[in-house]
Design a protein around this ligand. Structure first.
Ligand SMILES: Cc1cc2nc3c(=O)[nH]c(=O)nc-3n(C[C@H](O)[C@H](O)[C@H](O)COP(=O)(O)OP(=O)(O)OC[C@H]3O[C@@H](n4cnc5c(N)ncnc54)[C@H](O)[C@@H]3O)c2cc1C
Length: 626
């Protein structure tokens, strides 16, 4: 973490002091966000990092969420939280899912018994664990973060979105209508972009002519958070329990050491029947839980929250107003994210994670277009990328939910659920997402240069040693959610940055040639890494390289004093396990150049000498700064 660039500042460096005033609540803004669930809050937090962008976020509830809803945070979401700057708090407060147990009835006695205990996340899937924390606490941390970004934002509660119309005005083409629930007054606000993060019953989705389609599995589940006393031995482990006749239950231990969430199978609904009509009470859930746990005791002492859940997997075709809709310009300006475009059963713990990932995909694209760094064409990739991911997840979720409830499956000797669970661990961890070829993701022509980083997938972090201060750091943590692109150059074996070496020539090209993307796309007066941040990783140990002999551009001068940035150069970490070159399969002889998007996905991979390829990639969507 770097600070004091433009002068010494006392106090908490995490709380940005270069604060411009709060996005003023005028009747014109750049982005309107409807809904302050996880999707809306992630988007607002990202946009608060850009002092040039004015955002307003509206929420019909009168207060922030206090309790309940989702709680599973996948490894990939923690990687995203790291980029946003809230991972440490989440890691400190949450329950860590280290192992998962499977319980089944014993064939002879019929009593439930543990049949397996497995590691929850496979080794080196991510540098982060899978954790559990109340959605409300995640909201709190995001609300805090966005309140001290360079452009602070806070939700406007008790404000219900009603409808919008297109104004025909070039700069602010959308006019959105809100009902202020305190006072019942209507407010009309004009905006460039409107994003519906307004949940499963989204009005924005309806307004752009989209609908969620899919089916309910007609399976009803009760979910409750409990403080309980039990002699069940695995109560502090994630467990899937299947009984012979009493149904199934999923235990999710919660943060704080005592609280536990239970998902209880409540049986099939008749076609057309609504779960809410069953009038499920806490008492009914408690009774069911006791039956499933038997012969173990289970005494519920407090139930702070409970709900009834119908398992449904639904998806809409487009997540924006671009296609089949006369409202849009040549690129979309109205979007939907999160539950507004897909719903999942809670079993795979995807709802909150996928919703946040949608917004994380959209936020940097909106910022780049609003800051006139990129053409509006990149906005089309939002639906292309996220609709495909949502479809895959819905299919997976449907199979998983079916399997969990299937009688046949329970009677099988081999535990099919378990095998499936392990196989799809990568899915649930959120690291399987792979974006297809587009203007933002190149083909896999040079994939062999670093086989461990699949083009289109997230940049999987690994440890390296920072040359200037010999600190062991995670390379992926450089990719903060600040809207910047990263170019990583992994040097070939004998390159130590010497004059006329491959790295030295690449550096000269990037910083001196007018056609280089750093030259073309960095605004005049900005630091050299303001738009594209270039970093180098050498294969040598940190004590084998002489920092004073490296190209001077690797120690760029920045800020109003021209202070030197010492954090652009890294070396292999030879102390623990395989170094980054081995861990990520980087060709040691030729090295590799990897371009990483602002949302941490690998956009392109090419030889270190393919400067034309680098230019061509950025020229495909960036706007030259004059
Ligand atoms: C009651 C409930 C229980 C849940 N339980 C679980 C669970 O146990 N496990 C699990 O994994 N997932 C659960 N989920 C799902 C999970 O919470 C969601 O997948 C996740 O919150 C989706 O995030 P989102 O931001 O897309 O939508 P939401 O979290 O639904 O947020 C949408 C927000 O938009 C606001 N809004 C809607 N319409 C308007 C409007 N017209 N104007 C202004 N504001 C509006 C809403 O008030 C809401 O705050 C539950 C969801 C609900 C609603």
């Amino acid at each position: 973490m770097q600070f004091h660039l433009n002068g010494f500042q006392s106090g908490d460096p995490l709380k940005c002091k270069v604060v411009t005033e709060q996005s003023s609540r005028k009747n014109r803004c750049d982005v309107i966000i409807i809904g302050s669930g996880p999707a809306g809050l992630i988007l607002a937090t990202q946009l608060s990092a850009h002092k040039e962008i004015t955002t307003r976020i509206f929420e019909q509830n009168f207060n922030p969420l206090q309790i309940g809803q989702a709680d599973g945070i996948a490894c990939r979401s923690l990687e995203m939280f790291e980029a946003i700057g809230i991972a440490d708090e989440i890691l400190r407060e949450s329950y860590w899912v280290n192992e998962t147990c499977f319980w089944k009835p014993n064939e002879k006695t019929g009593r439930i018994c543990r049949v397996d205990r497995i590691q929850d996340v496979e080794d080196d899937l991510s540098e982060f664990p899978h954790v559990i924390l109340s959605q409300a606490r995640v909201h709190d941390l995001l609300l805090e973060k966005m309140s001290y970004g360079p452009k602070p934002i806070s939700p406007e509660y008790a404000s219900q979105f009603l409808h919008f119309e297109m104004t025909g005005e070039k700069d602010y083409p959308i006019s959105a209508h809100f009902l202020k629930l305190e006072g019942q007054k209507e407010e009309v606000i004009r905006t460039k972009f409107l994003v519906g993060c307004d949940g499963a019953r989204s009005k924005v989705r309806h307004s752009i002519g989209q609908k969620l389609s899919g089916q309910s599995t007609l399976q009803l589940w009760g979910v409750m958070d409990v403080l309980a006393v039990t002699d069940f031995p695995d109560i502090r482990l994630k467990c899937a329990i299947q009984t012979a006749d009493a149904g199934s239950l999923l235990i999710i231990p919660r943060e704080g050491g005592y609280l536990v969430r239970l998902y209880v199978e409540l049986g099939k609904l008749a076609s057309g029947e609504r779960g809410s009509k069953r009038d499920v009470t806490k008492e009914m859930l408690k009774k069911k839980v006791k039956e499933i746990f038997a012969p173990y005791s289970f005494e519920c002492l407090q139930i702070p929250w409970f709900s009834v859940y119908e398992v449904g997997q639904r998806l809409c075709d487009h997540f924006d107003n671009a296609r089949g809709n006369s409202l849009a310009n040549d690129f979309p300006n109205i979007f939907i994210t999160g539950d507004a475009c897909h719903t999942h059963s809670p079993k795979a713990g995807q709802g909150m994670n996928v919703s946040m990932a949608d917004s994380f995909n959209l936020g940097w694209k909106l910022a780049a277009v609003l800051k006139r760094q990129s053409s509006g064409q990149i906005l089309k990739t939002y639906t292309e990328e996220r609709q495909t991911v949502a479809k895959e997840l819905i299919d997976f979720d449907r199979d998983m939910a079916k399997l969990f409830s299937s009688k046949n499956f329970r009677q099988k000797g081999k535990n099919q659920f378990q095998t499936y669970f392990q196989k799809f661990g990568r899915y649930t961890a959120g690291v399987e997402t792979c974006y297809g070829k587009s203007i933002l993701v190149l083909s896999d022509e040079h994939q062999s240069l670093a086989v461990g980083w699949k083009i289109g997938m997230r940049f999987h972090s690994a440890p390296v040693v920072r040359l200037a201060d010999a600190k062991r750091v995670q390379l992926g943590h450089i990719c903060e959610a600040d809207g910047r692109w990263r170019i990583f150059a992994f040097a070939e074996k004998n390159d130590c940055g010497q004059d006329m070496g491959v790295i030295s020539k690449l550096v000269k090209f990037l910083y001196n040639e007018s056609k280089s993307p750093i030259q073309k796309y960095t605004a005049k007066g900005d630091d050299c890494d303001a738009t594209i941040d270039f970093r180098v990783v050498f294969q040598q140990r940190h004590n084998e390289l002489d920092i004073s002999k490296l190209p001077s551009h690797l120690l760029p001068k920045k800020g109003r004093f021209g202070l030197i940035d010492y954090e652009k150069i890294f070396c292999s970490d030879h102390k623990t396990g395989p170094d980054i070159f081995d861990a990520r399969g980087i060709d040691r002889n030729s090295g590799a150049l990897i371009i990483v998007r602002p949302d941490q996905y690998v956009a392109a991979m090419m030889p270190l000498t393919d400067w034309t390829g680098v230019c061509k990639f950025f020229d495909g969507f960036m706007i030259e700064q004059t």
